[in-house]
Write a protein that binds this ligand. Structure first.
Ligand SMILES: O=c1ccn([C@@H]2O[C@H](COP(=O)(O)OP(=O)(O)O[C@H]3O[C@H](CO)[C@@H](O)[C@H](O)[C@H]3O)[C@@H](O)[C@H]2O)c(=O)[nH]1
Length: 489
């Protein structure tokens, strides 16, 4: 009997990264029983992942040793959802220490695998160094980007062409990605606008991103039918294959999606069931972001004034411990909680909501989001248009892409320290949720259709969508790569 192909997945320790990797692992498992699928991560993340696997899954979880306090991080801090945003760079730097244990794990798998070439590593965009380990051991390696082609192309280009803090004009174009058109200075994430090439972020990213060229390809959690410009940037830049395979998202009802808490999904469903079609605004800023207390206050007033039904996932504002108790009496407008309950206008969820279940419900009309790419894909998969409030990383460029290139978004605010006024938020909400939002909603439905087509694999009419072809091409490239693993030190 032919030996199984082993596929090792290694996400960075953040929910926004672990979730698409888990979804990819489950997709691969569903595609064929012939894969031996392994997810590697640090002890706490593996513990949290375990209950997210379906009971009949054969996906194997391998723990890579990691002690956060050895790296000047608080004890048991292994995921960006428990570190303050300013310490994320420390977690990234600490992840470099995983190189040697990772190599040992791969060597171990290789010793149990007589046909050495039947191994493939899929690693995170932040783990560029894994491509060096793979090269040394003669193993096929790809990077899996949970970001869009367009957003990541801007982000990559910005990091590789530092500094930008001396830019005088309010906007500028990217020399190697002019297709992105003008980037405004206030669209630069803080770490890029402050970078001089010698700070911690610059040092980490430039080394990390430079390593991608050693990889055998890049997988994108995106859809080439609408994201080809950004995907092509990497084909030209790195001269390696790029396969779009998205959307890779967890289906509804998929366990705790890697993080528990928040609210009982049944309560949310019953509440949504009681609301008219297309009447609810969902507000959530991903797995790790929050806004300032001033912004939170204005958003609260805006939700009240706009009069729409809403579900709002709240976390303590910037400057407060993100894991501490939420204090509505301090951070929300006076009496906001009580009024929300009395009028039945909304649900305020602490920390974590069943996002995919909410977005897939017919009562949801729009999503006020930070434009993390998982959230974007989850929203557009159900034709839900976006009110964009980008906060960090490539989110600014996702938002720009969604608004300027595919017309499914209106930007509400930019960044975690900008001044926002409730009147502006109300106006933008209206632009999307009222009659005037017809075009945007139509565009979101067109993208929904593109997404459905991309993952359609119809045996009867022989149709294979672009993402189905993408994953097939990637798997056949992995299988064909007949590299001899050397097991050299
Ligand atoms: O209450 C919540 C909050 C989040 N989620 C899920 O958590 C994920 C969040 O992912 P995303 O929207 O991409 O946000 P981040 O966690 O901020 O994602 C990081 O990873 C993304 C993909 O690489 C990047 O686009 C972002 O910039 C980066 O911050 C999604 O699957 C959500 O469904 C929930 O289920 N419930």
């Amino acid at each position: 009997m032919a030996e199984k192909q082993s596929i090792v997945l290694f996400p960075f320790m953040a929910q926004g990264h672990i979730i698409p990797f888990l979804a990819l692992a489950l997709n691969l498992e569903q595609k064929s029983k012939n894969y031996n699928i392994i997810i590697i991560n640090t002890p706490h993340n593996i513990q949290k992942l375990q209950p997210s696997l379906p009971p009949n899954s054969s996906i194997k979880l391998i723990t890579i040793p990691f002690i956060s306090s050895d790296h000047n991080l608080p004890p048991n801090t292994e995921n960006t959802d428990t570190v303050p945003y300013n310490l994320v760079i420390k977690l990234l730097q600490a992840s470099l220490s995983l190189q040697s244990p990772f190599k040992n794990i791969i060597k171990n798998i290789l010793t149990q695998q007589p046909q050495k070439h039947k191994l493939c590593i899929i690693s995170d965009i932040f783990f560029g160094w894994t491509s060096i380990v793979a090269k040394e051991l003669g193993v096929f390696h790809v990077v899996f980007s949970g970001c869009s082609g367009f957003g990541l192309a801007c982000y990559y280009s910005l990091w590789m062409n530092l500094p930008h803090r001396f830019t005088n004009s309010d906007d500028f174009s990217l020399s190697d990605f002019p297709e992105a058109r003008l980037i405004q200075r206030n669209q630069l994430p803080n770490n890029i606008s402050q970078a001089d090439g010698f700070d911690d972020w610059s040092i980490f990213q430039r080394k990390n991103l430079s390593n991608w060229v050693n990889s055998d390809g890049i997988l994108f959690n995106s859809v080439s039918d609408f994201d080809s410009v950004g995907l092509n940037y990497f084909v030209k830049k790195l001269q390696i294959p790029v396969w779009s395979i998205g959307p890779v998202v967890l289906s509804t009802g998929n366990g705790s999606r890697g993080k528990g808490g928040g609210v009982n999904p049944k309560i949310i469903k019953a509440w949504l069931d009681s609301k008219p079609l297309n009447s609810v605004l969902f507000v959530c800023f991903g797995s790790m972001n929050t806004i300032s207390s001033e912004q939170m206050m204005q958003l609260g007033i805006a939700l009240e004034k706009s009069g729409n039904f809403f579900i709002w996932v709240v976390r303590p504002p910037i400057g407060f411990d993100i894991n501490s108790e939420f204090k509505p009496e301090e951070w929300l407008p006076l009496g906001f909680m009580e009024k929300t309950v009395e009028t039945g206008k909304g649900i305020i969820v602490n920390d974590w909501a069943p996002q995919v279940e909410i977005l897939s419900h017919g009562s949801v009309s729009a999503f006020l989001s930070h434009c993390g790419w998982n959230s974007v894909l989850e929203s557009l998969s159900y034709g839900v248009p976006i009110l964009g409030w980008p906060m960090a990383a490539e989110q600014f460029f996702n938002c720009k892409f969604l608004e300027e290139e595919i017309g499914v978004c209106v930007e509400v605010a930019r960044g975690k320290s900008c001044e926002v006024k409730y009147e502006d938020i109300v106006e933008k909400i209206e632009l999307v949720m009222s009659e005037s939002g017809v075009k945007i909603r139509e565009n979101a439905c067109k993208i929904k259709d593109m997404i459905r087509n991309a993952v359609r694999d119809d045996n009867e009419d022989g149709f294979k969508g672009s993402s189905v072809r993408g994953i097939d091409e990637f798997l056949s490239a992995a299988e064909k790569s007949n590299k001899a693993a050397t097991l050299s030190e």
